[in-house]
Design a protein around this ligand. Structure first.
Ligand SMILES: C[S@@+](CC[C@H](N)C(=O)[O-])C[C@H]1O[C@@H](n2cnc3c(N)ncnc32)[C@H](O)[C@@H]1O
Length: 520
């Protein structure tokens, strides 16, 4: 254990918001599957292995009436989180230096329990304890979110991990070990050239993953070089959960394992193999080479109901990141229109209601819509009243949700898609922007703001300054030499500076609205 603590002490694992573990998201998943979870606005949340509390703090900032407890056995990480909490003067989060093994009844019960990136990185006894905590400390209607590395996807990665562990076996400095591992993976992937055997492909996939994380040593250290990394099959995970009186609700990421996302023929075959939902999910993992899961669990007695109903959707708020590819989509029957989803993949449909629904949600972006707002809007867009009813929209939203295109939330996203006279970002964002480039938007996604001018502007958006005041602030920064302005690569003359600053400001504010960073 001490070596594990040591590894996090030397190289903290900075945690950011995971929107899929946010109570408003988790509650919506539970509601859509027939459960009645505790209201997120007034709930108690426990996070196990919370690192520096980045995820918990972001959630707590958006739910000021709820109480959050995070535990982690790494003092340095907890210290980092506490320093941030102190700066923000937040009172609804408690971060404790504590081992998961030491949790007992004195901690109380919680409506939502989160264990993200912990279960497969801990020894057997800790793993057992995580399930035990979910059984004993979860409120009767509570929901637990547990993420873990999954098989079969991790089988191939384990081969790369073994190589990396061997290559760094005598290296005690984690940063150097990470660098050596990156080198080896890149080298071996290069050696594989373009060969199509499974080994070569696994190496090139690992290289891609490392490149996607821009060679981030923290990622490599924790994903490839962690001493304990024990993925599990979904059926093994569920056997453990069931032993502890817990049952499966759904994956927290909609659409990620749904059999509906496979072709109807594949889906039909897998349904033939599977006797129940858990088995079906396992077969989906087999054919999709599943690598990671974020599973939601509740107590065994609750009734999970997988048929989406209008009553349940009326309790929720919907949104989509999918955008029409064309400027003015033609909603008429038979005309194909393309949309691009969150992962950049393009899909198309000829179905008028599907097209109208997606256009309607995209127009509201980044805000959410209620079921009735969406119903009225699609009726207007399709110029009909009676012919589109609750059942039609329920079918549409249900299938778009099952395929991961629509996200459901238990509360509206509070943000504006237009830039107001006195723009305002959340207090959390203003604090985050004063510390670095990663900020949490109103949709709980981490947004990377590489531009120092935009970051500076964000820190000043407390809702008291109009555009002219912001221009004056930026001008002061430019005069003091803290802000460099250029146009087409040339320095800006003092006379032109206010105009250029105005343009820079308006552009940055429009981007912030688009990224859901403005509250009002
Ligand atoms: C891979 S990190 C994930 C951190 C964070 N949940 C996230 O996803 O960003 C695993 C975390 O679990 C903590 N941890 C591991 N074993 C633990 C234990 N037995 N008790 C408390 N914390 C533990 C580590 O210190 C580390 O912060």
């Amino acid at each position: 254990v001490s070596r594990l603590i040591e590894s996090y002490e030397r190289m903290p694992y900075p945690s950011g918001s995971h929107h899929l573990s946010h109570p408003q998201h988790v509650a919506a998943m539970a509601i859509v599957y027939g459960l009645d979870p505790p209201p997120p606005e007034r709930c108690r949340v426990l996070e196990l292995g919370c690192s520096d509390g980045g995820n918990l703090i972001a959630a707590a900032a958006s739910l000021p009436e709820s109480q959050f407890v995070g535990i982690d056995f790494s003092p340095r990480q907890i210290e980092l989180g506490r320093a941030f909490l102190g700066d923000m003067q937040m009172r609804n989060v408690e971060l404790r230096v504590q081992s998961i093994m030491d949790v007992d009844a004195s901690i109380g019960t919680f409506d939502y329990i989160i264990a993200h990136g912990v279960l497969s990185w801990v020894a057997e006894d800790v793993r057992e304890k995580i399930f035990e905590i979910c059984r004993k400390q979860l409120a009767p209607d509570g929901i637990a979110y547990i993420s873990y590395n999954a098989y079969p996807g991790w089988r191939q990665r384990e081969m790369v991990r073994d190589m990396a562990l061997y290559h760094t076996r005598n290296e005690s400095d984690p940063a150097v070990a990470a660098q050596r591992a990156i080198e080896l993976v890149r080298f071996a992937a290069d050696v594989s050239g373009s060969q199509m055997d499974a080994h070569s492909i696994a190496l090139r996939v690992a290289r891609e993953q490392i490149d996607e994380h821009a060679g981030d040593p923290t990622y490599v250290l924790h994903d490839f070089l962690e001493e304990t990394n024990r993925p599990l099959y979904f059926h093994e995970f569920m056997a453990r959960a069931e032993e502890h009186g817990l049952q499966y609700v759904a994956e927290s990421e909609p659409g990620i394992t749904e059999v509906e996302t496979l072709s109807p023929a594949v889906g039909a075959k897998l349904r033939e193999y599977a006797k129940n939902r858990v088995e079906l999910e396992q077969y989906v993992d087999f054919v999709t080479n599943r690598l990671f899961r974020r599973s939601l669990l509740c107590h065994a007695g609750s009734k999970v109901e997988r048929t989406v109903t209008p009553q349940r959707l009326r309790r929720l708020h919907m949104t989509t990141i999918a955008k029409p590819v064309g400027d003015n989509p033609d909603l008429r029957e038979g005309v194909t229109e393309a949309f691009r989803n969150e992962r950049g993949a393009v899909f198309s449909t000829t179905h008028p209601l599907a097209k109208a629904g997606l256009v309607s949600l995209a127009a509201a972006w980044p805000r959410t819509m209620t079921f009735d707002e969406m119903l009225n809007d699609v009726r207007k867009r399709l110029r009909v009243t009676a012919s589109i009813g609750d059942a039609d929209l329920t079918d549409l939203v249900g299938s778009l949700h099952a395929s991961g295109v629509v996200e459901l939330l238990a509360a509206p996203v509070i943000c504006t898609n237009t830039v107001s006279n006195k723009p305002m970002a959340s207090e959390l964002v203003r604090h985050q922007a004063s510390r670095g480039a990663l900020v949490t938007n109103q949709r709980r996604r981490v947004v990377k703001m590489d531009d120092p001018t935009a970051l500076f502007i964000l820190t000043k958006l407390d809702g008291t300054r109009d555009h002219a005041a912001l221009v004056r602030l930026l001008d002061g920064e430019a005069q003091a030499g803290r802000l460099s302005l250029s146009m087409d690569g040339n320095a800006v003359s003092p006379e032109r500076r206010p105009l250029v600053i105005q343009a820079v400001l308006e552009h940055a504010l429009r981007k912030m609205a688009e990224y859901a960073l403005l509250v009002s």
